[in-house]
Design a protein around this ligand. Structure first.
Ligand code: ATP
Ligand code: MG
Length: 308
C-alpha cells in the first residue's frame, strides 16, 4: 500500500512551546482524511509542515513520495493547498486569479486556458468568472480559492478549515466538490472544527494540544465510545442540568439544543435512578431516551479529559 502522506514523530516547537508533539500517522491514497481539533490544537502547524512551508523540529515524513525536509520544492508542486486565510487578489477577476495561480505553477498557453475553463465549470462560477473578486459572495470566493488550489491538477489536496465562516448550504456545496475530487482518486487532507463536517471523512484524527487523542473512522470512534448516552428533555433545563450534573453516576452532562445529554457507565440503570430523583424533587413531565453517541460526545469527553 502506498501512502499519500506518512509522518513519524512529527514535532514543531516555537521556542520552548511545543505546538505539535510527536505525531505519527499515514493517509492512504484516495482517502478523505479529517484533522479535527479545537483552536490552537496544532492543525495549521501540521499542515504547514506537510506542505513544505515549515521545517519540523523533529520527526520525518513523506508527502506524495517526497521527503518533507529535503523535498519541500517538489512537494509544493505536487499538492494543492488552501490555507486558512486564503488569499485571492480582490482587484482581479475570478478568471484573472486562476490565470495568475496557474502561471505560478508553470502552466501556460492552451493547457492553462483549458485548466482555467475546467476549474470555472467545476467550481460553478461560470456566470461570475469575469467579475472582480471583491464583488463576489463569500461562498463563491471560497469555491474560487479551491479552484485556484487545484489549477495544476494535483493528486493531493490540503484544505485548512476551508468552510469556516460560510453558511451550511455553502458548506454542503463545498463538500460536494470535495467528494468529486475524491471520486477522481485524489487524496484530501482537511482540517475542521465542525463535527458534522468530519463525519464525511473516511478517517479522522482528533488532535488536542499538539497530540493525537484518537484516530479512526467516525463510525468506529462512535461505536468504541466507552459510555452510554442518554438524551433528557425536561422543563427548567438549566436548573435540572445543575442538579443532575452533581450525581457521581453522571460521567458528563452537556446541553445539546433543547435537551441534556447525560453520559453514564455502560449498563448503569439511569432510567430508574432519574425517575427516583425526579419523584423526590417533584418533576413529573420528562422524556429520557438512549441515543447513539455523536462525534460531538466523543469530542467533548476527550477535550475534558485531555484539556482542550
Ligand atoms: N509561528 C509561531 N510562533 C509561535 N507560536 C506559534 C506559531 N504558529 C503557531 N503557534 C502556536 O502554536 C499553537 C498551534 O497553532 P495552530 O495554528 O497550529 O493551531 P490550529 O489548530 O490551526 O488552531 P485554529 O483552529 O485556531 O486555526 C498555537 O498555540 C499557536 O499560538
Ligand atoms: Mg489553524
Amino acid at each position: 500500500m502506498e501512502y499519500a502522506v506518512e509522518v513519524s514523530n512529527l514535532t514543531k516547537r516555537f521556542g520552548d512551546f511545543t505546538a505539535v508533539d510527536g505525531i505519527s500517522f499515514a493517509v492512504k491514497k484516495g482517502e478523505i482524511f479529517g484533522f479535527l481539533g479545537p483552536n490552537g490544537a496544532g492543525k495549521s502547524t501540521t499542515i504547514r509542515m506537510l506542505t513544505g512551508i515549515l521545517i519540523p523540529t523533529e520527526g520525518s515524513g513523506r508527502v506524495s513520495g517526497f521527503d518533507i525536509i529535503t523535498g519541500q520544492d517538489s512537494i509544493k508542486k505536487s499538492i494543492g493547498y488552501m490555507s486558512q486565510r486564503f488569499s485571492l487578489y480582490d482587484d482581479l477577476t475570478a478568471r484573472e486569479n486562476l490565470n495568475f495561480f496557474g502561471s505560478i505553477y508553470g502552466l501556460d498557453g492552451a493547457a492553462l486556458v483549458e485548466r482555467i475553463d475546467h476549474v470555472i465549470v467545476m467550481a460553478g462560477i461560470a456566470g461570475m468568472a469575469d467579475r472582480q473578486v471583491k464583488n463576489l459572495p463569500a461562498g463563491i470566493k471560497q469555491r474560487l480559492a479551491l479552484g485556484a488550489a487545484i489549477i495544476h491538477d494535483p493528486p493531493i489536496l490540503f484544505l485548512d478549515e476551508p468552510t469556516s465562516g460560510v453558511d451550511p448550504v455553502m458548506r454542503r456545496n463545498f463538500w460536494d466538490l470535495i467528494y468529486r475530487f475524491s471520486r477522481e482518486g485524489k487524496t484530501i487532507f482537511v482540517t475542521s472544527h465542525y463535527m458534522d463536517e468530519v463525519e464525511n471523512c473516511s478517517r479522522i484524527i482528533l488532535i488536542i494540544s499538539g497530540r493525537i487523542i484518537a484516530m479512526d473512522s467516525p463510525d468506529n470512534l462512535k461505536s468504541s465510545f466507552p459510555y452510554e448516552v442518554y438524551s433528557l428533555n425536561v422543563e427548567h433545563l438549566i436548573k435540572i442540568f445543575d442538579h443532575i450534573s452533581r450525581f457521581p453516576f453522571v460521567q458528563e452532562a452537556a446541553v445539546f439544543g433543547s435537551d441534556i445529554h447525560i453520559l453514564t457507565e455502560k449498563g448503569y440503570p439511569l432510567e430508574k435512578e432519574i425517575k427516583k430523583i425526579f419523584k423526590r424533587i417533584g418533576v413529573k413531565k420528562f422524556r429520557l431516551e438512549r441515543v447513539p453517541p455523536t462525534l460531538e460526545d466523543v469530542f467533548v469527553v476527550n477535550a475534558r479529559k485531555f484539556g482542550g
